[in-house]
Design a binder for this molecule. Structure first.
Ligand SMILES: [Zn+2]
Length: 331
């Protein structure tokens, strides 16, 4: 494992995936040997796999992925990588292939939550494998930066200053910035994300008091002043439980305050917010039975269960000793 092969996998997979069409058009004659089913081409190595050697599963998985040109090959590659992952974890991670296997599986995903989840899992297993998201987050905000302006926008929406919020949103780049943070906003606990915030900005100021919080009614003695019945003196959206925290987490994260919110950081890290990186869920997610580790007769099978172990300390029974037979009639 001097060279981390998994780095090359996505490129190789892409190249291989593009090959068949070109190959068919330029060489319509005899099918290449590669046309043999992948399980036949790699049969010898498949049958030599043993659970004690997770690295061999990982290497073979990488090679099959490199050569994969059909769904069956990709499935076999995934099975090998998942088994490498589980076998390595079961052995305490000594082979060091659990995180790379996770990354290789992530590369095979076309995106979405599964990929983010696998990357989060790989980082949990080995933080050196995946750069922390905070290394790639926006540079320290200035008054002109999108992060700062979006944080300002949230504050204005929250206080019911809709007119100012809309003015801010109309500035170049601010609306784009808001929607660029849409996923982060949702994952931090604002289910409506950028759209809901923009909608709220359009709802305020208060249509009844225009943000004054009070309403004056003319009348004798200077008239009557009463609390606005629409906003009840507290303009701004009614925040559901947890939403204020979500606002503050976002602002803390976006402004990179020294009082950095670990919750915000944890939620934003690795593009896999609030995903539970549970190693035990990898095999079910890929439909692989991690107990079937041996390739026999074209399918994965479980190793033969070991002979029942004798109670510790007992000497081996003599060959003539018959197993204990319960007395007849018992039970
Ligand atoms: Zn009002």
């Amino acid at each position: 494992m001097k060279r981390p092969r998994y780095v090359l996998t996505p490129i190789c997979v892409l190249v291989i995936a593009c090959l068949p069409a070109a190959a068919r058009s330029s060489q319509p004659t005899a099918p290449p040997p590669a046309a043999a089913p992948v399980t036949e081409r790699f049969l010898d190595r498949l049958e030599r796999l043993t659970p004690a050697d997770p690295i061999s599963y990982f290497r073979l998985g990488e090679e099959v992925a490199d050569a994969a040109a059909d769904p069956a090959s990709m499935a076999l590659a995934r099975e090998l990588l998942v088994l490498a992952f589980h076998l390595d974890l079961a052995a305490g991670g000594q082979a060091g292939v659990a995180a790379p296997a996770c990354l290789a599986l992530a590369e095979a995903q076309r995106g979405g939550r599964d990929r983010a989840w696998l990357l989060a899992l790989a980082k949990t297993l080995d933080p050196r494998r995946v750069a922390p998201e905070w290394l790639t987050r926006p540079v320290a905000p200035t008054a002109d930066s999108a992060a700062y302006q979006v944080a300002m926008f949230l504050g204005l929406v929250r206080s019911g200053d809709g007119a100012q919020a809309r003015q801010l949103l109309a500035r170049p780049g601010v609306r784009e910035g808001l929607y660029a943070y849409n996923r982060v906003l949702r994952e931090l606990g604002l289910p409506g994300g950028a759209e809901a915030l923009e909608r709220e900005a359009g709802r305020w100021p208060c249509p009844e008091c225009a943000g004054a919080r009070i309403v004056r009614r003319p009348g004798p003695g200077g008239g009557e002043v009463r609390l606005c019945s629409n906003c009840r003196g507290d303009p701004g959206p009614r925040l559901a439980p947890g939403e204020l925290e979500a606002h503050l987490r976002f602002e803390s994260w976006a402004l990179q305050g020294v009082q950095r919110s670990w919750a915000a950081q944890a939620a934003v890290d690795a593009g896999a917010p609030l995903l539970d990186p549970d190693p035990a869920s990898v095999a079910p997610a890929f439909g692989v039975d991690p107990s079937r580790t041996l390739w026999r007769n074209g399918a994965w099978t479980s190793p033969q269960p070991a002979a029942p172990s004798l109670p510790q300390g007992d000497p081996a029974p003599p060959a003539s000793a018959a197993p204990a037979i319960p007395p007849s009639g018992s039970g």
